[in-house]
Design a protein around this ligand. Structure first.
Ligand SMILES: [Zn+2]
Length: 335
């Protein structure tokens, strides 16, 4: 028997077919982990947004040169960043209830004057309970302010990987992104990319200038891991994109983390993640936000992607693997 319709005449609702889909209500509460962000640089309200959206755990990365005011950068500048994160981490957990762990590292986006001093200090930091990863680091094709010889960079990356292997920690790689073609150029007298507080005029000539420098950089990172005795499955390549996915998936055992918190800049979003899951399965895929105060970024990005992946046809179990189980297992979180 068809139900009577109380409306004056039939509405859209009366025309819905009977195979009304089962809606995945469990996705409203699925726990998720953000394995790469800089949430300690965000506002209190942004961190609260993580909690409101059901974030279970996060890895706050302290290694970026964006926050060191002096250029060139000295070891003590980076130590200050590490100590600032160590200092505030527990207070952040107590305010928002999610687990907040740390990744500390030496970024190669700016040449550091005395990297050996940092590497020597790093051993003690790696032994801290709250440090769950080393990074973000990785060979970078061109630097900000001052070039850094590519072999010297690779040595610094390898030294960090050796420390990670000693402490049984994973390494978070900053794989260089290829950015999509802009629809139109911004006026350059502003000096910065709108949405990214960085003086674009201070970029240096690349130290890697082959056909595909971004991919060559990742290959050097994988080589550094081998030389360091760090297993590939302990490497998480963040900022995975169309330029490096096939190589990382077919020629390595690394994890790939797709950065979707600033899609406007790097062009990677949930559709790319869904395509990668379809093609390679969910076992080595994660999603991160890379939120930071120097960039237009979205603390809700993982939560939004959870729904978007489902709309793109990904199963609930595979979504859970990608947003929760993989980062939980690799970084030892949410225990
Ligand atoms: Zn980052």
């Amino acid at each position: 028997m068809t139900a009577p319709h109380a409306t004056v005449r039939p509405t859209d609702a009366a025309h819905l077919d009977e195979s009304d889909p089962e809606l995945p209500t469990e996705l409203l509460n699925v726990p998720w982990i953000d394995p790469h962000n800089h949430a300690h640089t965000l506002s209190w309200e942004d961190r609260e947004r993580y909690a409101l959206a059901g974030c279970r755990s996060m890895v706050m990365v302290s290694s970026g040169y964006h926050w060191t005011p002096y250029k060139p950068v000295e070891a003590s500048d980076i130590r200050f960043l590490w100590d600032d994160a160590v200092n505030r981490r527990r207070a952040i957990e107590r305010n928002h209830f999610f687990e907040a762990k740390l990744s500390l590292g030496v970024h190669t986006g700016v040449r550091i004057e005395d990297p050996d001093e940092l590497l020597a200090a790093m051993d003690d930091y790696c032994a801290l309970d709250e440090v769950v990863a080393v990074g973000e680091t990785g060979v970078t094709p061109s630097q900000h302010v001052e070039r850094w010889d590519v072999d010297e960079q690779q040595a610094v990356v390898q030294a960090q990987m050796e420390l990670a292997a000693d402490h049984d920690l994973p390494v978070l790689l900053h794989t260089p992104n290829t950015t999509p073609e802009a629809k139109r150029e911004y006026r350059d007298d502003l000096g910065v990319t709108p949405g990214y507080e960085k003086n674009a005029g201070l970029g240096t000539d690349p130290v890697l200038d082959g056909e595909n420098p971004a991919l060559e950089a990742v290959k050097r990172d994988v080589e550094a891991a081998a030389d360091a005795g760090l297993a590939e499955e302990r490497v998480v390549a963040s900022h995975a994109d169309a330029n490096n996915t096939e190589y990382l998936m077919t020629e390595t055992d690394c994890y790939l983390s797709y950065t979707i918190g600033h899609s406007w800049l790097v062009g990677v979003d949930a559709a790319d993640v869904a395509n990668a899951i379809d093609e390679y399965g969910p076992e080595r895929i994660m999603i991160d936000t890379d939120t930071a105060n120097v960039l237009r970024t979205d603390p809700y990005a993982v939560k939004r992607a959870i729904f978007e992946l489902y709309r793109y046809g990904i199963d609930v179990d595979d979504i859970r693997t990608v947003v929760y189980e993989n980062p939980r297992d690799v970084f030892g979180l949410a225990e």
